[in-house]
Design a protein around this ligand. Structure first.
Ligand code: NAI
Ligand code: NA
Length: 395
């Protein structure tokens, strides 16, 4: 079939297998061009199919020659209906990994559930014996708690006061005022239940209890801070409380890993266009201004550049530098004083009329469509493609 983008609100309903494959190939080539990284050799990636998790899987496999198991939640294809992009990404990744002689298998299902945890543990037991790294990169709006069955929904709201600021609809380029009512009731707790650290700890505990963690084991999860511009709705909002919890959980996990000489890290990453971040109000306007400034400065990075730098210069460097709160920072270029001062200036000037000039709306849009395999260079979109693509190592 010929597959075209079909958008509804902040999501794209279709995705292109060839475009997704090309994205994965480009990321693999990038990692290979940067040379070997002396990293972990048996890696479990939870949230492995898109964004930072996919980049982490690619960096582990093609940077360090690691065997990888990927866990994700993606929609398989059906006759006449394309899969979700993470499905095609994972298919392309496994094909390339197997060709390179690398072990790669995947599990598609709800990572929050006991069933998927058990299936993953069994696979590690059978195939790898142990893992020496777990990358935790889930982004989800909901979580069903495995013990209570309660289904939590996360919300993106400010805390304490109404938030009012500019935002952009990146499909139309229209800049408008948004107003978001503050969190109420169980909003904060619900968001922490979904995006906080409880599930990360459950995974590590389960692996540890079964003896599946190697001596010197490390685990890493991803966080975000961002500037004062977005603070009310992000870091000091409900999602920020979840990130506080995730970051605190790293210390709890590190304590539990002491007998293994293990460690849990949080890395604070740069703001990037992913399926998760497109849904957060205000962030797309911030990102389009940030991209403009960072590209002008020659310091723009995507997920793969970020994770390559994280592994090479932080995680697997001789020493792993962290901030006062023990976090690895690869948002250092985003947070540079000159970059943020420039973004803050542009923010004041941003209107529907000025944004195409002062912001990188085109770059935002291209990155957004790229997530779904569209607008990817080197792909012939007029060509008939088979939407039914298998993931070779899917369990
Ligand atoms: P993403 O949406 O690209 O990836 C999410 C991954 O989680 C996918 O592999 C998806 O299949 C998987 N997933 C979602 N629900 C699942 C479930 N129930 N069971 C199994 N797998 C599930 O998201 P992105 O942006 O890569 O986010 C990953 C982490 O990085 C998040 O913690 C996010 O907060 C953080 N981060 C994101 C930034 C951004 O600007 N995008 C910046 C800094 C940190
Ligand atoms: Na991810």
């Amino acid at each position: 079939m010929i597959i075209e983008p079909r958008t509804r609100g902040f999501i794209c309903l279709t995705s292109h297998p060839k475009g997704c494959e090309q994205n994965v190939i480009d990321q693999i080539e990038y990692i290979k061009s940067k040379g070997a990284i002396d990293g972990a050799k048996k890696v479990l990636v939870i949230g492995a199919s898109t964004g930072f998790g996919l980049a982490s899987r690619i960096t582990s496999a093609f940077g360090s020659g690691a065997a990888t198991i990927g866990v994700f939640f993606e929609k398989p294809p059906a006759e006449g209906r394309p899969a979700s992009p993470g499905w095609y990404n994972s298919a392309a990744f496994e094909k390339k990994a197997h060709k390179a002689g690398l072990y790669a298998k995947s599990i598609n299902g709800d990572a929050f559930s006991n069933e998927i945890k058990k299936q993953t543990l069994d696979l590690i037991k059978a195939d790898l014996g142990q893992v020496d790294m777990v990358i935790y990169s889930l982004a989800s709006p909901v979580r069903t708690h495995p013990e209570t069955g309660v289904r939590y929904k996360s919300v993106l709201k400010p805390i304490g006061a109404k938030f009012q600021n500019k935002t952009v609809d990146f499909h139309t380029g229209v800049v408008s005022e948004v107003s978001i009512e503050p969190a109420q009731g169980d909003d904060i707790d619900n968001t922490v239940a979904v995006m906080g650290g409880e599930d990360w700890k459950m995974w590590i505990d389960a692996l540890k209890n079964e003896g599946l963690l190697a001596e010197g084991f490390t685990t890493i999860a991803y966080s975000y801070i961002g500037p004062s511009l977005t603070e009310a709705v992000y870091r000091k909002g409900t999602i920020g409380r979840a990130k506080d919890h995730l970051e605190a959980t790293a210390f709890t996990i590190s304590d539990s890993l002491k007998p293994l000489n293990g460690k849990a890290y949080v890395s604070v990453n740069k703001a990037l266009v992913t399926q998760a971040s497109s849904a957060i109000p205000v962030i797309p306007l911030y990102i389009s201004l940030l991209y403009k400034v960072m590209k002008e400065e020659g310091i723009h990075e995507g997920c793969i550049e970020q994770i390559q730098r994280l592994f090479q210069d932080r995680l697997y460097a001789d020493t792993t530098p962290t901030d006062d709160e023990g976090r690895i920072r690869i948002d250092d270029w985003e947070m540079r004083t000159d970059v943020q001062a420039r973004v803050a200036e542009l923010w004041k000037e941003a209107t529907t009329e000025t944004l195409p000039k002062i912001g990188d709306l085109k770059g935002y849009e291209k990155d957004f469509f790229n997530l779904f395999g569209f607008m990817v260079e080197g792909v012939d979109y007029d060509e008939d493609v088979n939407e039914i693509v298998e993931i070779p190592g899917l369990q």
